[in-house]
Design a protein around this ligand. Structure first.
Ligand code: JHZ
Length: 412
């Protein structure tokens, strides 16, 4: 059992004006998959609650667990199991090369470099790279590809050490990591410490607007301390002498992702100003936009519960695809377990042979879909729906159906 703490002040600006708007109950740590030995005991559960900072607008968890309780030696997430994600990473590197940001002699540092899914593309093109990745399994996988990787959490102090040893970074990439840091200011101060004065930092994260618009409540779990809008990112960067200069939107990536371009030198594009303006117009910068979110989430959970109960009562067999962190929130909040879901299929061998947290559904290889041909498969990795539906064409040809739960449950 680890000690969590109630958050009393905004993780970005320090204001105490945090207003709660959603509680998802008490849930286990989303990526803490269970071994057979763990099944013998009750797992710890922690409050999962979200609030809005009235001062800087940052949406954040109101109950926090220590990072090392989450990103421990068993952390099972490897980025390289999605072909679409690998293609996205490759295109990103190629864009940086084409823009002259990268090249031989121009250092690329990736924070949360995971298994080397992105740096491998830069390494192939002769770019000097350095990965920073605290979880041992993914860090070892990256090193096996020849990617120099420091197995540490990124922050102010360590960034200064990296700069002394390797020189300033010409580009820093930080994908799906800024939400994962408890010391947000120390993390961004680390960017300022490490980046060259004419350098570029790109930061990707699912977009708060899409989370709200498409009710992506399952992307809320203890691993994600914060949920970012451009407005909140802008305030955070300014505090550390950095400027949010541009933004790119990837509507199909993780339910809608933004890539923020940040530099020490201010050069704001009309596009970034339009995003900031739109957020104000849409009210995302005020509490009212979030007030009814909890009711919408409860409605989706009810719909899914009723659908699955009906299919189950009709004698249909139901499984799931994607032993995802978001699946953990969804399944535990909706209140389904191994009585409804026969198994969850996942390509990642580090997850197979384990059970999902809370619901305790066994995780098996993806081939199980064809071997066991369940009538329905609940898609817990709905963010990769295009790729997975493509890949499971044969299961579907034989009559199998997918249930996509978000933004509202549909059978496809
Ligand atoms: P995926 C993780 O969230 C954790 P999760 C983390 N907190 C984060 O921010 C996001 O990612 C970005 C499998 N799979 O990415 C692989 C197949 O089996 O939706 C993964 O286990 N076959 C860092 O856990 C899972 O699904 C496939 O064809 O919610 C996908 O996990 C594909 C495409 C994936 O993330």
């Amino acid at each position: 059992m680890v000690d969590g703490t109630r958050v009393e002040a905004c993780r970005s600006c320090g204001s105490p004006a945090l207003r709660p708007f959603l509680s998802l109950g008490r849930v286990p740590i989303a990526n803490a998959l269970l071994t057979v030995a763990d099944l013998a005991r009750e797992e710890p559960r922690y409050p999962l609650e979200v609030g809005f900072c009235e001062s800087c607008t940052l949406v954040q968890l109101l109950f926090a667990l220590p990072a090392d309780a989450i990103f421990d030696e068993a952390y099972p997430y490897f980025s390289s199991f999605s072909e679409d994600l690998l293609a996205h990473a490759k295109a990103h590197v190629e864009g940086l090369l084409a823009a002259g940001r990268l090249g031989p002699g121009r250092l690329l540092v990736e924070v949360a470099s995971n298994d080397g899914y992105l740096l491998r593309h830069a390494l192939e093109r002769g770019v000097p790279v350095l990965g920073i990745e605290p979880t041992p399994g993914p860090a070892a996988a990256a090193r096996a590809l020849g990617i120099p990787t420091l197995q540490v959490f990124f922050g102010r102090g360590m960034a200064a050490g990296v700069r002394r040893e390797h020189g300033p970074a010409d580009v820093i990439v930080a994908n799906n990591v800024m939400a994962h840091v408890p010391d947000l200011n120390g993390f961004v101060a680390g960017f300022r410490e490490l980046i060259a004065d004419d350098g570029l930092i790109t930061i990707e994260n699912p977009y708060l607007r899409d989370l709200i618009d498409h009710a992506e409540f399952d992307t809320i779990y203890h691993e994600h301390w914060c949920y970012f809008s451009c407005t909140a990112v802008d305030a955070l960067m300014r505090r550390h002498g950095l400027s949010l200069n541009d933004v790119e939107y990837f509507p199909r990536l993780h339910g809608g992702t933004l890539r923020w371009h940040v530099s020490p030198v201010e050069a704001r594009t009309p596009r970034v100003l339009a995003y900031l303006d739109e957020e104000r117009q849409r009210g995302l910068t005020a509490f009212a936009a979030y007030e009814r979110f909890g009711e919408r989430v409860a409605g989706i959970a009810d719909e899914l519960r009723v659908l699955l109960a009906r299919l189950h009562a009709e004698g249909a067999t139901i499984a799931a695809y994607g032993a995802t962190a978001k699946g953990s929130t969804l399944v535990n909040f909706v209140g389904i377990d191994q009585r409804t879901l026969a198994f969850v299929a996942d390509r990642n061998p580090h997850k197979q042979g384990h059970w999902t947290p809370g619901a305790r559904v066994p995780i098996v290889p993806a081939e199980a879909l064809l071997e066991r041909q369940p009538d329905y498969v609940l898609l817990l990795a709905w963010n990769f729906a295009d790729e997975i539906l493509r890949q499971q064409a044969e299961y579907r040809r034989r009559g199998g159906r997918f249930i996509v739960p978000i933004p509202s449950p549909v059978i496809v």
